[in-house]
Design a protein around this ligand. Structure first.
Ligand SMILES: Nc1nc2c(c(=O)[nH]1)N[C@H]1C(S)=C(S)[C@@H](COP(=O)(O)O)O[C@H]1N2
Ligand SMILES: [Mo]
Length: 324
């Protein structure tokens, strides 16, 4: 068994520093979580009744292939579901799989607010009908220095944005993960400022490569990978791919993002994969492919994670050293 991979960044190195750097932001998050708890909005019973569908593991049908898929060999289902970052459950990579097994993904609704013609809430089953489901085999590059190739099943985020009907003045979209401290034990602890939040510029969000994933291989998305709905932006570091989304908001200002709030010198808003701009504490030039032989050399990291042809124009004229 692989106890420890050489270039894993121990969470103990990331979290305390980040928490220390930004104690104030954390306190704001903790107060918000406490208020939610007191109000009882997020308390959900642990007992499973008949209305709860244990969706994870169910087969998906009618999936079409996409021209946007990579031809690289996908990482195994086992590795994709047992080497995860999901800090709401654990900062360990192997624990979230087991810990998230009973996480409830039904019923589930997505709130749409901010700069929209009309605020609304969409049920997960109606979201699944917004667009045909496609297989998108994408490279997945974590800022920590490892990568995978993941056969996601999903649909373009642009389909949801069209249904949301934002005002033309909206320039950004913000995403929020569920607050469910009874099911996500680390939401009772000062690991990150909860809930996890992320954001994109509207042109990034509308790009055809940007998807909402609802499946993995031919199955409903496993809880550990962000069920029932998570974001995938394949040319950005993995942390932009926020899991278990319950809210999207449209705004004319750049929204806060969890890792930028925790450690602004280390994680920017854009977070485009860029082998020429190192993380302040480690190089981003190479990556270790999960599942590769232990003796395999690390492989070079590609600009925009290999998606330059499709996305470089989004950033023309921008200094990517400044806008990291
Ligand atoms: N809500 C939430 N979303 C999250 C994270 C998290 O801890 N919480 N981790 C991020 C990071 S760092 C990565 S690399 C990817 C991991 O996705 P995977 O577990 O499906 O590989 O999820 C991202 N989305
Ligand atoms: Mo990551």
């Amino acid at each position: 068994m692989l106890i420890r991979k050489p270039d894993d960044i121990p969470s103990s190195e990331i979290t305390p520093k980040a928490a220390y750097l930004s104690r104030r932001q954390f306190l704001t998050g903790a107060a918000a979580a406490g208020a939610a708890l007191a109000g009882g909005f997020y308390l959900r019973s642990n007992s499973h009744d008949e209305s709860v569908v244990q969706a994870s593991g169910e087969k998906l049908t009618g999936i079409t292939k996409s021209k946007y898929s990579s031809t690289e060999k996908p990482t195994s289902f086992k590795d994709i579901t047992n080497y995860n970052n999901y800090y709401e459950f654990s900062t360990d990579k192997y624990e979230p799989n087991g810990m998230s097994k009973d996480f409830r993904t039904r019923p589930w609704s997505l709130a749409i607010d901010g700069m929209v013609k009309k605020r609304k809430s969409l049920d997960i089953d109606s979201i699944l009908k917004l667009a045909p489901l496609e297989e998108r085999i994408y490279r997945h590059r974590c800022v920590e220095g490892w990568s995978m190739v993941v056969p996601w099943v999903g649909f373009p985020l642009s389909a949801l944005i069209k249904a949301a009907d934002p005002l033309p003045s909206a320039k950004f979209i913000a995403f929020q993960t569920i607050l469910a401290p009874d099911e996500m034990p680390n939401q009772k602890r000062d690991v990150l400022a909860w809930p996890y939040v992320e954001g994109l510029r509207m042109d990034e969000a509308m790009h055809p490569l940007t998807i909402l994933a609802v499946g993995l291989y031919d199955q409903v998305l496993p809880n550990v990978d962000g069920a029932p709905l998570r974001l995938i932006v394949p040319w950005k570091y993995g942390f932009k791919g926020i899991k278990a989304i319950v809210k999207v908001s449209f705004a004319d200002k750049m929204p806060p993002t969890t890792w930028n709030v925790m450690a602004p010198d280390e994680y920017g808003f854009y977070s485009n994969v860029n082998p020429t701009v190192d993380h302040p504490r480690w190089s981003q030039a190479t990556e270790r492919r999960i599942g590769a032989s232990l003796f395999a050399p690390k492989q070079p990291t590609l600009m925009f994670n290999g998606y330059s042809d499709q996305v470089a124009s989004l950033y023309s004229g921008m200094d990517l050293r400044k806008n990291f």
